[in-house]
Design a protein around this ligand. Structure first.
Ligand code: FA5
Length: 340
């Protein structure tokens, strides 16, 4: 009886193996045959009920059936593996005559791009780049810049205070005293970075960027400042850019100037970007006030200095003909795509 069952099982299982198409089918057959309740496992368990003289015969047949099934499974596995590999290779075939897919290129946002360009120009002129904290003390932002507490000129920069003595820096000029305290003259530094003021309209943002420049040396003059700024602006905007210096006031420079450039959109004729004036205000600058030098421990009889502070958002707007500062902060992909 058991001998017939074994022979029958062999025929059925080998038939199933022949019909298997995938590794999953083969796995299922293995479970059905050799699993805990598999057909061959159950038949082997039945050995205990077989009489002593039949046992060697049945045992031999069980081994024969097992070997035959295992052999058929191994052959089928190899066959299915080969077929699956052939299919995979067929699917992954690369047609080298197909045109290549274009690579999508990203681009720098206009602000970091302008910072890179200005830093490159200034480093080429011998400046080193420094950094300063955005959360700053009242001392470095104002007092060391000759703007004592309650001085009316503080109103020029509507400042975000964190407490009486800590604020978000309203100007990169805050790095001037920090650098003068630790560097031995002569030196030339620039400091790009974020600045904060309670300001908001089409050309003013509460968060904006400035690039500070400071040169301390003997015999520094207004002529040096003007020629340095002329070189920087012509390298930034092009050789035919017209530059205008106007007298101005900053408590930390004396004398002080403001600098305008001819509008790159209308070339001085007047347009919406320059509000019809043909010129755009770009930065403040001046000869460092001797009081500022003394407060930071620099001998004002021996050394003089000049400083300048670019508004970088304005610079980026001018370079890219952007009509509203908010576009720089909106993260609108359509706008950013145009800046490539
Ligand atoms: C200053 O901040 C001085 N620290 C500049 C300076 C440095 C003068 C060294 C002398 C020596 P002012 O407040 O004008 O100056 O700002 C300089 C530039 O920053 C402006 O010309 C403008 O381009 C930009 N700016 C000022 N406020 C904002 C704002 N809210 N949003 C965008 N840009 C601004």
């Amino acid at each position: 009886m058991i001998l017939d069952e074994l022979k029958c099982t062999q025929v059925q299982v080998i038939d199933e193996i022949n019909n298997a198409k995938t590794m999953k089918d083969i796995g299922e057959i293995k479970g059905k045959v050799f699993g805990k309740n598999g057909v061959l496992t159950s038949l082997s368990r039945g050995m205990k009920d077989v009489s002593a003289e039949e046992r060697p015969k049945v045992g031999a047949l069980i081994n024969e059936v097992r070997n035959a099934i295992e052999k058929a499974l191994a052959e089928k596995e190899q066959e299915v593996e080969n077929a699956e590999l052939a299919l995979k290779l067929e699917k992954e075939k690369i047609d080298i005559t197909e045109p290549a897919q274009g690579v999508k290129k990203g681009a720098l946002h206009p602000i970091p791009s302008v910072i890179d360009r200005l830093c490159d120009i200034c480093v080429g002129l011998g400046f080193s780049v420094v950094e300063g904290p955005e959360v700053e003390s009242d001392y470095y932002n104002f007092e060391a810049m000759n703007i004592p507490k309650n001085h009316p000129s503080r109103d020029m920069q509507d400042t975000f205070f964190i407490n009486d003595n800590i604020l978000l820096r309203s100007q990169t000029s805050a790095v001037q005293a920090r650098e003068m305290e630790v560097k031995k003259p002569p030196f030339k530094i620039i400091c790009p970075g974020k600045t904060y003021r309670n300001d908001s309209d089409s050309t003013h943002s509460p968060v904006f960027h400035q690039l500070e420049g400071l040169v301390i040396d003997e015999n520094v003059s207004m002529a040096d400042l003007k020629s340095m700024l002329t070189i920087i602006m012509k390298r930034l905007y092009g050789e035919d850019t017209e530059i205008r210096f106007r007298p101005s006031f900053f408590p930390f420079t004396e004398p002080s100037i403001e600098v305008d450039v001819s509008c790159p959109t209308c070339h001085g004729k007047g347009c919406s970007l320059c509000k019809g004036t043909g010129m755009l205000e770009l930065l403040g600058a001046g000869i460092v006030n001797p009081k500022v030098l003394e407060m930071s421990g620099i001998d004002s009889k021996k050394y003089r200095g000049f400083a300048f502070g670019f508004g970088l958002d304005r610079t980026a707007m001018i370079l890219n003909s952007i009509g509203n500062i908010r576009y720089l902060y909106k993260n609108d992909k359509r706008f950013l795509e145009q800046m490539k």
